[in-house]
Ligand binder design. Structure first.
Ligand SMILES: [Zn+2]
Length: 62
């Protein structure tokens, strides 16, 4: 799905499918890519912590 995003360097509209910005040549113009990746990583860590917590609670009480 192609959407228009703003290049993180020159802030001109770039297709999200573009491998590089056609205006300034920035190789990864997507501004939110890293943020999303770290957000998912943080979410996964939280889920794992909750699962371990639930496992420990079950182990202690049963
Ligand atoms: Zn650009």
């Amino acid at each position: 799905m192609a959407t228009l995003i703003s290049c993180r360097v020159c802030e001109k509209p770039v297709s999200s499918n573009a491998k590089f910005c056609p205006h300034c040549g920035e190789k990864s113009p997507e501004p939110y890519k890293d943020t999303l990746r770290y957000g998912l990583l943080g979410f996964a860590v939280i889920v794992v912590v909750i699962l371990v917590f639930v496992f420990v609670i079950n182990y202690l009480f049963y």
